[in-house]
Design a protein around this ligand. Structure first.
Ligand SMILES: Cc1ncc(COP(=O)(O)O)c(C=O)c1O
Length: 449
């Protein structure tokens, strides 16, 4: 498949008869999860960049990138060659927190694997003062370990934000405030305090900044919560603040600059560590390695996964316990295949200057989407984005769903988030031509709403 001439082509379905066979086998034994629509990628068929093929020969343009977890789309030549160089081995995962992996005599002159990945992660995180990393298997595990590191240092209160999403394991789940279905009926860790996530444009109306009569001034909700006169919590009991610099699942909401700076100041003042959950926003998606870097904001820990291909809890040196066995995981640092792919991913982003591409293409895309939104003011509430983490908020959930499904039928993969928002996540090496194709399809669909 030639990426520079490929385009979405739907011949049968989707899904066509072959795709339907795979979907129905999947449904026969697989638990019901979140499957949005029946998109089937056939790994044996041609794919390049955002383009991939299903078992009926339909070509899709994937602007969801597996929810940000395939940062270059499909079959990136650099990634494929690293996988080929590694060859097939058995086991493909080893107990990497107990033992070590090598690919030759010299770690700096061999195929990069786990130790190199740790080195690369710290290289990109050092500007934020983060110097140590713990690898795991998923975003939820990265969050789970982040909160454990904080609890281990003391404090019992967790501060989380409305609209936040942090994963599905019980600890991470307790911090979610996006959709009721995620948490309903499941037990939660105690002492989780929820606060407004401020994305206000000018004057704050979300409740983050309030005028407090007793104090005779405007305060933030967190400041009020831990104030020694009017507060409800002693700040010395604060274990951590967890926040997504750009909320993912909750609706692609971009944190207000002042809000992020407020958090930073309060964290420093009261010595409550901040966990920046960058599972979705990290690894170049927003045009910087970490979305945190867009703000006056210095997290003590970043949780990462998705585009990184493995889970990672990245923190300041003092956040990690020295005692052996306090944190561990069988496969965490032992995923041979994914750590090789992760090293290559970071190398490609750096060598191909993809942070710049994400920034440049992101502004072009948001501009084009805004122009499109302006044509349908009764349907589109807002277009927003940071780099290539972009979204269209519709005026109703129904419209969002129609657009998602109709785009799929025309071969453009997108994905909903929040209640009425459509997220758009092109690959980090996306080209203008591909962005234009997506705008054309969105326009055809929106015209018919
Ligand atoms: C911000 C954020 N944190 C955590 C997670 C959980 O990651 P995983 O599904 O890999 O456990 C997600 C997944 O969507 C996420 O977006």
């Amino acid at each position: 498949m030639r990426r520079d001439s490929a385009k979405p082509v739907i011949k049968k379905g989707p899904p066509g008869p072959n795709g339907r066979k795979w979907v129905s086998l999947h449904h026969k034994y697989g638990a019901t999860t979140t499957h949005a629509f029946p998109f089937v990628w056939d790994i044996t068929k041609p794919a390049a960049g955002p383009f991939c093929t299903d078992p009926d020969g339909n070509v899709f343009m994937d602007f969801n990138c597996n929810v940000a977890s395939s940062p270059f789309g499909y079959n990136n030549p650099g990634v494929i060659s690293a996988i080929k160089e590694a060859g097939f081995v058995d086991p493909v995962k080893m107990a990497g927190q107990d033992f070590y992996l090598a690919t030759g005599k010299d770690p700096h002159n061999s195929l990069e694997i786990v130790a190199n990945l740790q080195e690369r992660i710290i290289k990109i995180s050092k500007p934020l003062g983060l110097k140590r990393v713990f690898l795991s298997n998923s975003g939820a595990e990265a969050v789970e370990n982040a909160i454990k590191l904080c609890y281990a240092r003391g404090g019992s209160y967790a501060f989380t934000f409305l609209g936040g999403f942090h994963g599905r394991t019980l600890g991470a789940l307790s911090l979610n405030r996006s959709k009721a279905v995620h948490r309903r009926g499941y037990p939660a860790i105690s002492k989780v305090v929820e606060l407004p996530y401020c994305k206000c444009k000018t004057h704050c109306v979300c409740g983050w900044r309030i005028y407090k009569k007793e104090l005779g001034r405007e305060v933030t909700a967190l400041e009020e919560m831990v104030d020694k006169n009017v507060g409800k919590i002693d700040p010395r009991e604060g274990a951590f603040i967890i926040v997504e610099p750009v909320q993912g699942e909750g609706g692609y909401n971009i944190g207000n600059k002042e809000f992020m700076s407020d958090l930073n100041k309060l964290s420093k003042k009261h010595k409550i560590p901040i966990i920046a959950d960058e599972v979705q926003s990290g690894v170049g998606r927003t045009g910087k390695w970490w979305a945190s870097e867009h703000f006056d904001f210095e997290p003590s820990i970043i949780s990462a996964a998705k585009a990184l291909r493995v889970g990672a809890t990245i923190g300041k040196e003092e956040m990690f316990p020295k005692e052996q066995g306090r944190i561990s995981s069988t496969w965490g640092a032992g995923d041979i295949y994914n750590s090789i792919v992760a090293c290559k991913t970071l190398e490609i982003i750096e060598k191909q200057n993809l942070l710049k591409n994400a920034e440049k293409m992101g502004s072009y895309y948001v501009k084009r989407l805004k122009e499109l939104g302006e044509k349908y003011p009764e349907k589109v509430v807002e277009v927003r984005g940071l780099g290539l983490m972009d979204a269209i908020e519709f005026s109703s959930r129904d419209d969002r769903e129609k657009v998602e499904i109709e785009c799929f039928k025309k071969g453009l993969i997108t994905l909903g988030c929040g209640y009425r928002t459509l997220r758009l996540l092109p690959p980090l090496d996306v080209r203008t031509r591909e962005l234009d194709i997506s705008v054309e399809i969105l326009e055809q669909v929106m015209k018919k709403l």
